[in-house]
Design a protein around this ligand. Structure first.
Ligand code: WT7
Length: 666
């Protein structure tokens, strides 16, 4: 494990982006020579650089060309053939790693399962055979709506093995969300469970699936994993218990991994954007696997003897890259934990760290802030000396939370890698890289782009900004982990990522660099909220709100939240004759949870007479944001629309006083 030499001074380095109270780090050159050399080479000779990285994987056939850049489409390792399931499983069972642990699973109620690589190999083979038996073929899409049980990574790898493209649907999503995703992909088969546990309660996943399937004409078969043991209605000829399909397991044949084209779609994962329904981000096989394998060595210095715990749900991209594909491709042991962080007690996570001797721990700032609230005495009751490295992901980490994490979880011993990336980027893009060479860390900065990543902060004309000037984060060169398309919507792909700054990938994030060249990520620049690290499009929530019968119009704004980072605030106008009431508010919240899922639960609802709009009818989001966050309006000199400063101020003043019976706590 690489250690950061200057660890002890890290929290004393420059801290806030505006420099308030920051100390001079004295760093004025690229802080790490080896990193700088690697990054320079990757920029000067990207093809040679990525070709060297790709050789670390096993290929059935090596590529003819490293990259065909048919902007904005990148084709990586053209002509190459490989299989992601082979990388994560087969290549290990050929070595001593066959008998080492692949997965430590910890159920919410305290049950455990430990899977060695050879067990994982057997189970992936059996589930691949089951999929084939039910008619799944190469090129088909398979939806996985499962809780955090070993069958989730097993089915992902089983799909990858036979060349079926998986689309994992977070188990907190509603029937409507499942139906939207299944219908968009034309999925014929769904794998689900009878139920899942959430804080001791059972969520009836099979029932939710049944409700979804009623809206999904393409679905022919449903496989059900037994988890909670509750009654699940089974439809003859359509629904099958996994245990029945597997039988005693012995009769299941081995399934040879398909030699797939590098571009073969490994998975589709839906994420919220600024308009319309969530977009199906498509990731390929070769580029994605090469990128994540490399990133994991650089960022986490991961080894086959690492015990790696990423606390995300597999339903998000973090779970895809950081629980399944990257750590397993390195032959590490992963921890898979089914339940909530503080259930049944605040000891739970730290118990798990101690029990399995976790060496690398990766979580979100929201979780760190949750534990900060409980106080340091909880982690302090556990022996967490196994930890070597900590990671943060999903939203900006405030310096206060960074310091707490560093001190009380990492024992002032473990570097923190603050990793910036997105569903679309496939893997970590900006982060310290202790696996190459340590750099002095600055709490709240994700430091530098990984080798191969040409990140730039630009103004609205696409010109690079000066140090400490806020701008838009863009990526100027394609990279192997990059999404290959938006499923069934190439126009959305081009429009969302490649139209704002022609030739560059637009991230939708604000950022700035300081005088040392460090990157600071400053939150979304578009109409996307980050609630507890989860991405939620305001348009998506607004559409769901206006589908409620009593609602005329709706607008959503984010408000700063001390734990979740951001919370959802709704502004709603009601149809004529309807008046605001607690019952209406309750109904609306339930409706949102039903249409999108609990992630869309608002913290506050304001019933208003009208929404502030510009003359051309656009909602004045800046006004709503200021009202929601109880902040001043701020600088109005850069109003991008035709509305006058006076009109904006008037709208703000008329809403500002909202209180009492109007402001409803969610
Ligand atoms: C958005 C992507 C891929 C990780 C899980 C989230 C924000 C992510 C950081 C960070 C500041 C961050 C950005 C980005 N974000 N990591 N370390 N510092 N902001 O994936 O749901 O696709 O969200 O998360 O705003 O655009 P996602």
């Amino acid at each position: 494990m690489a250690q950061v030499e200057s660890n002890k001074q890290q929290p004393g380095s420059a801290d806030t982006p505006d420099g308030a109270g920051s100390l001079d780090t004295g760093v004025r050159v690229w802080p790490s020579k080896r990193y700088a050399e690697m990054h320079r080479r990757s920029m000067e000779d990207p093809q040679g650089f990525w070709s060297d990285q790709a050789r670390k994987l096993d290929w059935y056939k090596t590529w003819d060309r490293v990259l065909d850049w048919d902007a904005p489409y990148a084709h990586w390792f053209v002509g190459g053939k490989l299989n992601a399931s082979y990388q994560c499983v087969d290549r290990h069972v050929k070595t001593w790693r066959r008998s080492k642990v692949a997965i430590y699973w910890e159920g919410e109620a305290g049950e455990t399962r430990v899977l060695s690589y050879s067990t994982l190999f057997r189970e992936v083979n059996h589930c691949a055979a089951v999929l084939q038996k039910l008619g799944v073929q190469k090129g088909d899409r398979v939806a996985l709506y499962l809780p955090m049980v070993p069958e989730l990574p097993i089915f992902m790898l089983a799909c990858a093995r036979i060349g079926a493209t998986h689309t994992v649907i977070f188990s907190g999503f509603s029937a409507q969300s499942i139906a939207d995703r299944v219908n968009d992909t034309g999925t014929k088969l769904i794998v689900t469970a009878d139920g899942g546990y959430r804080r001791g309660k059972v969520v009836a996943l099979k029932e939710i699936t049944d409700e979804a399937v009623k809206m999904c004409p393409s679905v022919e078969k449903v496989i059900v994993v037994k988890r909670t043991g509750q009654k699940a209605p089974m439809k003859e000829g359509r629904d099958f218990w996994l245990s029945d399909l597997l039988g005693d397991g012995e009769s299941q044949p081995k399934v040879k991994p398909e030699a797939l084209d590098s571009a073969h779609p490994l998975y589709i994962l839906y994420t919220s954007g600024t308009t319309g329904k969530p977009k199906g981000v498509v990731h390929g096989t070769g580029g994605y696997m090469v990128y994540n394998h490399s990133a994991y060595q650089w960022v986490f210095d991961i080894k086959e003897d690492s015990v790696y715990w990423c606390t995300a749900d597999v339903g998000w991209v973090t779970g895809h890259s950081c629980i399944v594909y990257a750590p397993l491709s390195h032959g590490a042991a992963i921890v898979l934990y089914e339940g909530a962080p503080d259930y049944p007690s605040v000891h739970r996570w730290w118990d798990i760290v101690q029990k399995y001797g976790v060496t690398i721990f990766y979580t979100s700032p929201t979780a760190v802030r949750l534990f900060m609230r409980y106080g340091p005495e909880w982690p302090q009751k556990h022996d967490m000396s196994s930890l070597e490295l900590l990671g943060s992901v999903g939203e900006p980490i405030n310096p206060e939370a960074w310091r707490w994490y560093y001190k009380y979880i990492g024992g002032e011993r473990c570097p923190i890698v603050d990793t910036w990336w997105q569903t679309e980027t496939g893997g970590i893009m900006i982060s310290p890289t202790p696996g190459i060479e340590p750099v002095p860390l600055k709490p709240g900065s994700a430091t530098f782009p990984l080798p191969g990543i040409d990140a730039a902060v630009v103004d609205s004309d696409g010109k690079e900004t000066l140090p400490r000037q806020t701008g838009y984060l863009t990526i100027r060169k394609p990279w192997p982990g990059m999404l290959v398309d938006i499923y069934g919507a190439p126009d959305r792909y081009k429009e969302a990522y490649w139209s704002r700054f022609p030739g560059s990938y637009y991230t939708g994030d604000f950022a700035m660099r300081d005088e040392d060249g460090y990157f600071w990520l400053l939150g979304r620049a578009d109409e996307v909220l980050k609630v507890a690290g989860h991405r939620i499009g305001t348009a998506e929530v607004e559409d769901a709100v206006v589908s409620y019968p009593d609602v005329a119009e709706a607008a959503v704004a984010g408000k700063p939240d001390p734990v979740k980072g951001e919370a959802i605030v709704l502004f709603v106008t009601l149809k004529q004759g309807v008046s605001a009431s607690p019952a209406l508010k309750d109904g609306l919240v339930k409706h949102l949870r039903r249409v999108i899922g609990p992630v869309a639960t608002p913290d506050e609802i304001y019933f208003v007479d009208s929404l502030p709009k510009t003359r051309s009818g656009k909602i004045m989001r800046r006004v709503l944001k200021a009202v929601a966050s109880e902040q001043k309006l701020g600088d109005l000199t850069t109003l991008e629309d035709e509305t006058s400063v006076e009109e904006v101020k008037r709208a703000y003043e008329s809403l500002k006083g909202l209180s009492g019976g109007v402001k409803e706590k969610g």
